[in-house]
Write a protein that binds this ligand. Sequence first.
Ligand code: HEM
Length: 403
Amino acid sequence: MNNTNLFNPLDPALAVNPYPTYAALRKQDRIQMSAIGAYVLTHYEDVKQMLNDGATFQHQYVAQQKQRTGENVEDEPYFDYFRRMIFVSDGEDHRRLRKLVAKAFTPQQLTDLRHKAQIFATELYAEGARQGGMDFVSEFAFPFPLKVIGTMLGIPDADHAEIGGYATALNPVLEFLPMSPEVLAKANQAVEVLAEYFTKMAEERRKHPTGDLFSALVHATEDGDTLTNEELIANAILLYVAGHETTAGGTSLALYALHKNPDQFNFLKRNPDSIPGAIDELLRYDTPGQGTGRVVMQTVSIGDHTIEPGNFVLGYIGAANRDPEIYDAPDALNFQRDFTKTRPLTFGGGGHLCVGRNLARQEFEIAFTTLLTEHPSVRVQGDGCAFRDTPLMRGLKALPIEW
Ligand code: HEM
């Protein structure tokens, strides 16, 4: 293990293009110690092991957040909600929450939503086309999944823009990296506003159940068990934030990737039926959820190295998805790849495999099929693009397009 010039997960350059750094780390060794005190994994098999072995690699959210935010983290409002969320719970607590959330999150919800999602996409692009151009990120990639997940949860249309702004402030909390005091203050404010909003909604849905996902969460039962009020509010906030931030990041990265690969862009314009089959490759090529963290619970070997219990590990999904031992020419965008044996780790794996993966795939399919069939003359103005500054929640913050 090479400990000189420690890799820094907070390096702003990673938010622009992390892939050359990952390639260098992968070549150097199986694990690295990083400048934030966490071990780093960049090989596909190692990241997969971290995701799949829930006995050895756990969230241990309290310990993890103490290391991240400080010993007094329990006084921070964000912590009280986030510690009850499914995505950071372990063992039996996680299995229980997962059963209840999965009960509410049914394939029928997706089918019911398809038609509305199609209308949202058509309307958002039509508005851009009327003006001759739009910022793809602020005028499509964000509002589209926000409207979809908001509709799914039963949030009225008129509230999407304001409530969605608060959800964005929670984006950095989903990362496992230290936060500045300003970012932390905004996140704390946002979580309180969202909690108040969903608490009111819960009171209404208890009295008057509707057919939306939020009602289903309120009323979900498994063997007589239900979500407590605190768990309900916390997990509704999670679905709202996770349900659009990653999709927004991924949609913008995918369009940028097509812009940089004009042959593939033209191929999809000529063959829109190939779009559903291209989604997993677009998400492998540039992955919105670049990494996730765990605490080691028992001594584990990675290559020639041993990691002792209590250590923190960052598994770089974005690096695993470009591992040359798994994918030939991994830096190329290639829609012919066969993923039957080596599924990209884009949506995680093991017990925490993404609950929203089919919703996300459906949103991608609608977003790109609508754009390329209804507006085939669309062009990206690559010069105006800008990357987000959250390196693990990767995406663009501006991507002008024109017709
Ligand atoms: C392209 C879009 C998306 C990507 C790349 C993505 C990625 C991921 C990943 C990597 C994980 C596992 C994290 C870990 O093990 O630490 C995860 C979990 C999760 N995702 Fe997604 N996600 C996406 C869209 C969505 C959507 C649309 C929703 C909800 C509507 C959603 C809800 C969740 C939830 C609730 C979990 C936690 C599951 C659990 O812990 O059991 N995600 N996602």
